[in-house]
Write a protein that binds this ligand. Structure first.
Ligand SMILES: C[S@@+](CC[C@H](N)C(=O)[O-])C[C@H]1O[C@@H](n2cnc3c(N)ncnc32)[C@H](O)[C@@H]1O
Length: 375
């Protein structure tokens, strides 16, 4: 087997596990790469193939199913998706994409795989819908088109089909540039009073560690002990002190008026970070949005009393739906009396009374943020 085909063979193995066990792509890929004796170039190829096929699954299936009349064995479908992805979304030459994939098929299916992939390589495509072409569930495309407008939504969806690595901060932590901009808002100058910064939903610790590195006293809280262990290992790597508290932010143990700044970087549908979480688009369900937006509102309501009068409260989410973001902000302002700090600095776009960064704005993740001064 050539080196590249070892990469393809590993990609098929990992994709098989993701499909059969509904495993998380990143959780299967990392140990598989660590155990394989591949060089960096081949590891990069495995990563590209696994994340690419996972993202473009729906589009690949459309391209394949035009030439199939029977139900496909799952292993054969995986091989065909692998070949189709290379043919349509990479610069790998057609003959290498076809031959490299066909050689991994079970003996009884090589003829079929060869015939289908050759047709996929040759035939022109007439995409039935944008959701199929961009490879998303229908509801995500419909929701974002209605919330952001058709053109911006399509740009965002296209952008989230490409890979992008996080950028190292000065202290060495890898953080996406949009998340760094939320950290900047948390640390913005202003007369916010004295007292610690509380991060109510801190894991894995990106924003909390950034504030510590900038010299702020921070308490990192999260409902998940398992995820707080990630904060601990990250703070050990960065050599910073970050007190950790396991707590449900909807019923927080902190004293009222204790903090100068509080951030609720809330659990959300994650529709702004689909480029990083390749399989997330197939997991999240439209009904989840209601549950998540209710939780975000509860977290905000319980966070506000912790902030000193005149202090700063930040609500941020890595998603792009209006039900979360603007919807939660409107409900929050109906319940409590807070001064909103509108007009966020460039590059934040105006989004209701807060701001949003779309993935295409900075070639980053998508984030939305709302800043309040406590009464
Ligand atoms: C978007 S992540 C936070 C990312 C983090 N702020 C950073 O910058 O690295 C959301 C976090 O909220 C936590 N979470 C979910 N429900 C919570 C709750 N009720 N109280 C506190 N934390 C919660 C999750 O465990 C998850 O770690």
């Amino acid at each position: 087997m050539t080196e590249n085909n070892e990469a393809r063979a590993l990609a098929v193995k990992v994709l098989g596990r993701i499909e059969k066990d509904s495993a998380f792509a990143n959780l299967v890929l990392r140990p598989a790469l660590d155990a394989a004796g591949l060089d960096e170039r081949d590891k990069a190829l495995v990563t590209e193939l696994v994340y690419g096929v996972t993202r473009m699954r729906r589009a690949c299936d459309f391209l394949i199913d035009r030439f199939i009349s029977k139900k496909l064995h799952p292993d054969v479908r995986t091989i065909l998706r692998l070949g189709t992805y290379q043919l349509h979304w990479t610069n790998i030459p057609d003959h290498a994409a076809v031959n490299g994939s066909v050689s991994l098929a079970p003996k009884w299916a090589t003829g079929l795989c060869n015939a289908v992939l050759r047709k996929v390589a040759k035939e022109t495509v007439d995409w039935p819908t944008k959701a199929v072409e961009y490879s998303y569930p229908d509801w995500i495309v419909e929701r974002l088109e209605s919330d952001l407008g058709e053109a911006e939504a399509r740009e965002a969806l296209k952008c989230m089909n490409s890979s992008k690595s996080a950028i190292p901060r000065e202290d060495g932590y890898f953080q996406d540039s949009a998340s760094q901009l939320v950290s900047d808002l948390l640390m913005q100058e202003g007369n916010w009073g004295k007292g610690p910064v509380i991060d109510m939903c801190a894991a894995p610790g990106g924003k909390a560690s950034s504030a510590v590195s900038a010299g702020f006293p921070v308490i990192a809280a999260d409902v998940s002990l398992k995820r707080l262990k990630l904060v601990r290992s990250n703070s050990l790597k960065l050599n910073i002190k970050l007190p950790l508290v396991v707590s449900d932010g909807t019923n927080s143990p902190f004293r009222k008026g204790e903090a100068s700044r509080v951030i609720v970087d809330a659990p959300c549908s994650g529709l702004g970070v689909l480029r990083r979480r390749a399989d997330a688009r197939w997991r999240i369900k439209e009904e989840d949005l209601i549950v998540l937006s209710d939780l975000q509102l509860k977290l905000l309501c319980s966070a506000l009393p912790l902030v000193k009068s005149g202090g700063l409260l930040i609500y941020s989410v890595c998603t792009l739906t209006n039900l979360e973001t603007i919807g939660v902000d409107e409900k929050f302002r109906n319940i409590v009396d807070v001064e909103e700090i509108g007009d966020l600095p460039h590059p934040w776009r105006k989004h209701g009374r807060g701001g949003i960064i779309l993935p295409q704005d900075l070639d980053s993740e998508g984030m939305s943020v709302f800043c309040y001064r406590a009464p």
